[in-house]
Write a protein that binds this ligand. Structure first.
Ligand code: AMP
Ligand code: MG
Length: 482
């Protein structure tokens, strides 16, 4: 049986300025760490005829599939608000694979060596951050959140030097595409209308063919991308996910979560939560995520101005109107998401107060976000929370009253709550624990963790240790993972 690769590379056929043609740099001693069989199946790929060495060689880029055509993509981006020329500095797209259903996926190696866009970087990645991306992207997928996914991680047998010397690794990332707001920024900065048009038409053909014949394709694209981003951020807020580095180059046009660097899940509810060690001002804090999404979309809109209308003033007016509809759309969807988390059907004026009062209580009493919703679904996870608190009890009375409206009993609302409130998330201290073991060559905890995170909405036996927040009072910190 063959593997089933079915490459149909389109991005590599775009004009030269969009990319650099470059192969992954072979590595010394590739060794498979983890292979995602579930994702392989979804892609209609089958690696069971390959031995371990062949699989390792493949996912290290030492032996490329024949129809692949490797490129590093050019892009720019606002990093913490500052515009920079970037591009794939440590990744190559080996091609676009079509599943049997003709769904198209980018197959990208991350950590695959230097490219024209590496600047001062070494083009490589370390094992810890690549496994971290694997764990969290798969957890996000299982939580029902659009995301790039991880097909494999291999160790390279080479060292990468960061603050200390670390084991090198390559992650195979699978995405609907790697086209970012930053891709548009890169092309727009060149100020050649025909190049911008090529990108616009490419994106519409690939991701949003429904607007192919619309009167104003660029304004319609802005609207779709905005809607996708709002839905995505609402999903992040739902599970307490903090991306950590929402630069415009890390915002995908397809609406997937991309680039798992300093991301982490919030434990104690605090809207200002930031984990990233470099985010000193809290630009990418939990509660700022919608604000930043809007800011990034405004940068996207700026790129499209020349295509929206020949009359620049008219184009700016149209784009501004569109961007200004962000808040109303976001708030409406956020309220509905929170209603789902509380099992509320229909729309009542007072819902917003009920929701905000719960969040305020959670913030004041420093309770765990995930486990509070577990408590409301009658799953008791014995942490430090005091659910006998009088303020909470009186809030619950109001909640019970509201539950009676448009509801026919606990079965109906519990079903709704169970579909949106996870019983388990990748807790930060657990992520660190399994990464440390994996770094020491023990993959058992990693595999067990992945198995638990596979079914976040299902009751699972003996997982209390994965549900409890860390007992340590030390503030959790994440790093960019470069
Ligand atoms: P990120 O913070 O992962 O979004 O990356 C920002 C930019 O830095 C991108 O252009 C990356 O390709 C580049 N980059 C990150 N790490 C490295 C590295 N080790 N070598 C070369 N370029 C890198
Ligand atoms: Mg990035």
């Amino acid at each position: 049986m063959t593997i089933g690769w079915c490459f149909d590379n389109t991005y590599s056929k775009l004009p030269d300025i969009f990319k650099e043609n470059i192969n992954p740099l072979p590595v010394k001693k590739p060794e498979l760490v983890v292979l995602n069989k579930d994702l392989a199946k979804k892609l209609d790929l089958n690696f069971s005829d390959l031995n371990n060495k062949e699989i390792s060689e493949l996912f290290a880029g030492n032996s490329l599939p024949p129809e692949s055509n490797s490129i590093a993509q050019a892009y720019a981006g606002h990093q913490f608000g500052h515009f920079t020329m970037l591009g794939d500095g440590r990744a190559v797209l080996i091609g676009e694979h079509l599943s049997k259903k003709k769904d198209r996926y980018d197959i990208q190696f991350k950590g695959s060596g230097k490219t024209a866009f590496s600047r001062n970087g070494d083009g490589r990645a370390a094992l810890g951050p690549m496994l971290r991306e694997y764990i969290i992207s798969e957890a996000m997928h299982n939580l029902g959140i659009p995301t790039t996914r991880s097909l494999a991680v291999v160790k390279t047998g080479e060292e990468v030097v960061r603050e200390t010397s670390l084991q090198g690794a390559i992650l195979t990332r699978v995405a609907l595409s790697h086209i970012r707001v930053g891709t548009f920024q890169y092309i727009a900065a060149r100020q050649k209308r025909e190049e911008l048009e090529i990108l616009l038409n490419y994106v519409i053909e690939r991701h949003y063919p429904s607007i192919k014949n619309s009167k104003n394709k660029s304004i319609d694209l802005l609207e779709i991308v905005m809607k996708k981003q709002i839905d995505l951020i609402i999903n992040w807020m739902r599970v307490g996910f903090i991306h950590g580095v929402m630069n415009t180059d890390n915002m995908s046009i397809s609406g997937e979560t991309i680039d798992y660097g300093p991301c982490a899940f919030m434990d104690v509810y605090d809207p200002k939560t930031v984990f990233s060690s470099i985010d000193k001002m809290g630009r990418y804090a939990y509660c700022n995520q919608p604000v930043i999404a809007k800011w990034n979309l405004s940068r996207f809109a700026e790129c499209l101005i020349p295509l929206i209308d020949k009359d620049q003033n008219k184009a700016i007016k149209l784009a501004t109107e569109m961007i200004n509809s962000f808040e109303k759309n976001y708030e409406e969807k956020w309220l509905n998401m929170m209603r789902d988390k509380l099992g509320l059907f229909g729309v009542e004026d007072k819902d917003k107060f009920l929701i905000l009062d719960l969040l305020t209580w959670m913030h004041q009493k420093k309770v765990d976000y995930t486990n509070t919703f577990c408590h409301l679904m009658n799953f008791e996870i014995k942490g430090k929370e005091n659910f006998e608190d009088n303020d909470f009890k009186s809030w619950k009375k109001r909640w019970y009253e509201r539950l009676k409206i448009n509801n026919n009993g606990p079965e109906k609302y519990t079903k709704l709550m169970r579909s949106v409130n996870p019983l388990v998330i990748p807790r930060n201290h657990k992520v660190e624990e399994v990464l440390e073991e994996a770094n020491n060559g023990n993959l058992e905890p990693l595999n067990k963790f992945l198995e638990i995170l596979d079914k976040p909405y299902s009751e699972q036996k003996d997982i209390i240790n994965f549900q409890l927040p860390s007992s340590s009072n030390e503030k959790y910190k994440t790093f960019c993972g470069t």
